[in-house]
Design a protein around this ligand. Structure first.
Ligand SMILES: [Zn+2]
Length: 222
């Protein structure tokens, strides 16, 4: 059985990416990063999501990106925007996906994984540079060069199955594959009771997609 590392944040996209990896027959190893994000519900969501799928191992790795800050998600003094804005929003975390891919690659090399799955997508997203198809191609090139096992001929494929999907397609495929979206969290700034703000980019993109599909989204908004 081929092995895959799945980067699992606890959000809708990575949960759907996990369901796709399972469906494609991979033996899955989930990797969740505790990077100092604003709330820990995401991490609890990841723990709950893996219970619904057959996962060989789930690792939680802490890497404190608040030491750099520079994002509304890693610096509590920067406010999460509650309206659509132009350009790359302040919720962009500097080099986050590159850091995550590097950590996934380290584990992949140890277990000789065949693939690394990520839920990045370039359609309904906030314009982050590390979610673009050309970024994924560059990461693949890096993987081919970066490790002992790939330099000896083994391939580790970067799989971004959602890259060209919009949020509605992601929801449809996730449901088909058994993702319980009520366990996922999208809000950048949950309140102390775990309720979503309904105002941040992530909440707005999520609720619009559920609305357009005429589906009930069983998460609580403030
Ligand atoms: Zn929100």
């Amino acid at each position: 059985m081929n092995k895959a590392i799945v980067l699992l944040s606890g959000g809708m996209d990575s949960s759907t990416a996990l369901s796709i990896a399972i469906k494609e027959g991979f033996e899955c190893y989930a990797l969740t990063l505790d990077y100092g994000q604003r709330h820990r519900d995401e991490i609890n969501s990841a723990k709950n999501i893996v219970k619904d799928f057959k996962i060989t191992e789930h690792k939680l790795v802490s890497i404190d990106l608040t030491v750099f800050g520079g994002s509304a998600l890693t610096d509590k003094n920067i406010k999460v925007p509650e309206q659509a804005s132009s350009g790359i929003p302040i919720t962009y975390v500097p080099a986050r996906n590159t850091i995550f891919f590097s950590l996934a690659l380290a584990w992949a090399e140890v277990i000789e994984a065949d693939a690394i799955f990520s839920g990045v997508n370039a359609i309904d997203y906030s314009g982050y540079p590390d979610c673009r198809p050309e970024y994924i191609s560059a990461i693949q090139e890096l993987f081919n060069l970066a490790t002992k096992i790939t330099s000896e001929g083994k391939s580790i494929e970067v799989c971004a199955p959602l890259i060209n999907m919009d949020k509605k397609e992601i929801i449809k495929i996730g449901i088909e594959n058994g993702v319980d979206f009520s366990k996922t969290v999208s809000c950048y700034q949950l309140d102390q009771h775990g309720k979503s703000c309904g105002l941040c980019d992530s909440c707005r993109i999520r609720s619009k997609a559920f609305e357009e599909l005429n589906l009930e989204d069983n998460i609580e908004y403030v």
